[in-house]
Ligand binder design. Structure first.
Ligand code: MLT
Length: 270
């Protein structure tokens, strides 16, 4: 793990650093409320074909130094996007940079598209959405942000668990993710929920994405369903869609080999 100081806060990231010359750098952005650990199947399976970089977003995992948000700063996904832009600059990759975001990481990738499209060459959207929250979803997020001090992250893990995995996903795999969620700092949960609640609708942005894009979705994902993600791929001029059979929302964790095969084919075609 390496550590980059951005605006007084640490951004800790895993960097396989093995790819050389013009091979791609794959920057993997985790979902809510997880950490770089969700990507271990991709780190193991893809580090021979590319440099894999997986940060803990500000406040998550080992990225725990630094105060955020400051008293006068409302939490937004833009903060995470700016951190990632600083990380990409720091990496000084020779080959193309491929930005891959899972769920909340996908919302952040779309924010990167809005703010820092010059920093990456290809985009991967995994089990995510372009639309903003409904009023009901926003209210649920803000309630969690308000109550998290009382609830604790373990309750969030149990609330989320039923929507994350397909019935065939082994208990052992589900338990690892649940443990990762339960170990998240309550402050990070509150900040991300407020930032996600405030995010704009990215649907109008899709037709302006000019990088090659891969859209990946678990067959049984009920949070970001395949029909919705197929629509995202359809709206992006140069996009392909891959459905992961037998997976739900946590497709990269549930079916790492299938997700890696889709990523590998995309990387090779760049
Ligand atoms: C995630 O997996 O990142 C979350 O389900 C995103 C969300 O809460 O919308």
């Amino acid at each position: 793990m390496r550590d980059l100081l951005v605006d007084d806060a640490s951004q800790v990231y895993l960097d396989t650093e093995v790819a050389t010359g013009g091979s791609p750098t794959l920057l993997l952005v985790h979902g809510f409320p997880l950490s770089h650990r969700m990507w271990c199947g991709q780190v193991d399976g893809l580090s021979e074909v590319c440099r894999v970089v997986a940060p803990d977003l500000r406040g998550y995992g080992e990225s725990c130094r630094g105060e955020w948000p400051k008293a006068d700063e409302p939490p937004t996904l833009a903060r995470y996007a700016d951190d990632l832009a600083a990380l990409i600059d720091h990496l000084q990759s020779e080959g193309p940079v491929v930005l891959a975001g899972f769920s909340m990481g996908g919302y952040i990738a779309l924010e990167m598209q809005r703010r820092h499209a010059d920093r990456f060459d290809a985009l991967v959207l995994i089990d995510t959405k372009a639309a903003a929250d409904t009023e009901e979803a926003r209210a649920t997020r803000l309630k969690m942000a308000d109550k998290i001090g009382e609830w604790g992250a373990a309750r969030v893990a149990e609330l989320m668990r039923p929507n994350l995995f397909a019935p065939e996903t082994p208990e052992r795999i589900a338990n690892e993710t649940v443990r990762d969620i339960a170990s998240t700092r309550p402050e990070a949960i509150a900040v991300s929920q407020r930032a996600m609640a405030a995010r704009p609708d990215s649907t109008p942005l899709l037709s302006r994405i000019d990088e090659p894009t891969l859209v990946v979705c678990g067959e049984h994902d009920a949070i970001s369903p395949p029909a919705e993600m197929r629509g995202i791929a359809h709206a992006i001029p140069d996009a392909q869609f891959v459905e992961i059979e037998g997976a739900s929302h946590m497709a990269p964790v549930e079916k790492p080999d299938a997700v890696n095969a889709a990523l590998r084919e995309f990387l090779v075609g760049l």
